[in-house]
Ligand binder design. Structure first.
Ligand code: 13P
Ligand code: SF4
Length: 368
């Protein structure tokens, strides 16, 4: 059973989240080298002067990822970003990613100020799961434990019993199933179905998807595999079932990265946002990364898999928010306190069990 909610991605949401076309229109064109260097230096100075740390997601521009590492911040998946921000001593967290990541940081660290280069950077999963409709869905299933993906608004999290990220979702749902719980899952239908297949849990689903991962194509992937018979196929579980079926490994962003770093193969076909390839190539320079296909009938079609909202994060945007204190994330106290419970539950679980650590690889039991 699933709950269908249609969202028109040509519209903005109530919080000012930007539609796909608007997002691409705001993406900064490549900067001349001298200009880029000047901005990077200014960002470094501003981070130090403002007691701020840069926390970047693997999908943002490679220059921003490099800057985060050079300045003692981090490049991570959404679970690790949350942990890093909570534990860091800086007064100000600069989150380069999408809005739910900034909100999670604020919920975990209300005493810190959280800034983002562009508050309109959102996520199709968040846009497609408005709090009011979601709350009504929960109300109609009071017997179910509500488990939401990190890619949701603070208001949706406030209605949830558990938050999960792709790094720990499988372990948490298995744990709930062992306790005899029935689950209401939102919003990613592909991740939900994958977890249901792996755990056998009783789950009803919200019908959302990620506009990036939803575009990978199973048929074209099987053709590409034939061209590269020695390649390992790595798939993020937000991808459709027909794509997951061809995977050697299904895993979270960090699990895919670890599979490339530690794997024996020399070639990897990867179905996830190509922003991750920057870090993959840095950490595993001898490995060949091949983009999984998103379209076309030919096995050699070229993926364009990149999140428009992640792409909105720019060097100029970073400098602007640091210098002018713009793009501050604020979450009303009542929502923050409610939402904190489900995030803290996830973090405690992953601390106690190790779920979502670097070794949290997810074997694809259903691999073709
Ligand atoms: P991670 O939780 O793996 O960082 O993924 C977040 C995301 O937006 C995936 O598309
Ligand atoms: Fe959301 Fe998909 Fe972008 Fe991740 S890649 S932020 S799930 S739209």
């Amino acid at each position: 059973m699933s709950m269908t909610h249609h969202f028109d991605y040509t519209l903005q949401n109530a919080q000012g989240g930007t539609c796909i076309a608007q997002a691409w229109a705001k993406v900064e064109p490549p900067l001349p080298a001298s200009e880029k260097y000047r901005i990077q230096q200014s960002i470094k100075q501003a981070l130090a002067a403002k007691n701020a740390v840069l926390i970047a997601h693997y999908y943002v521009d490679g220059d921003i990822q490099d800057l985060a590492i050079e300045t003692g911040g981090c490049v991570a998946d959404s679970l690790e970003m949350a942990r890093f921000g909570r534990d860091h001593r800086a007064d100000n967290l600069i989150v380069a990613g999408v809005r739910f990541m900034g909100e999670t940081a604020k919920i975990l660290s209300p005493e810190k100020r959280i800034f983002m280069p562009d508050l309109e950077a959102t996520c199709s999963l968040d846009l497609g799961c408005p709090a009011e409709a979601f709350s009504a869905f929960c109300d109609s299933h009071p017997d179910r434990t509500v488990v939401v993906y990190a890619n949701t608004s603070a208001a949706v999290k406030a209605r949830a019993d558990w938050m999960v990220t792709s790094a720990c979702a499988l372990a948490i749902v298995s744990h709930l199933k062992d306790q005899g719980k029935k689950i209401l899952w939102a919003p990613d239908r592909h991740l939900g179905r994958y977890i249901q297949d792996q755990t056998g849990a009783d789950m009803i689903m919200w019908n959302g998807d990620c506009i990036v991962h939803n575009e990978f194509k199973g048929e074209e992937l099987s053709m590409l595999k034939r061209l590269h018979p020695g390649a390992q196929v790595l798939v993020h579980p937000e991808s459709p079932e027909s794509v997951v079926a061809h995977a050697d490994l299904v895993g979270s962003t960090s699990a895919l990265l670890n599979a490339v770093i530690h794997g024996d193969a020399t070639q990897y076909i990867v179905a996830t946002d190509k922003g991750l390839f920057h870090r993959m190539q840095q950490l595993a320079p001898s490995k060949q990364i091949i983009e999984a296909p998103t379209a076309g009938e030919s096995a050699t079609c070229k993926s364009c898999a990149h999140c428009p909202w992640m792409a909105m994060n720019s060097l100029n945007g970073l400098l602007h928010c640091l210098e002018n204190q713009t793009g501050e994330i604020l979450v009303p106290a009542s929502i923050r306190e409610q939402a904190y419970r489900c995030i803290d539950r996830m973090l405690s679980f992953s601390r106690q069990t190790g779920a979502g650590t670097a070794h949290g690889l997810v074997p694809n039991l259903g691999a073709a």
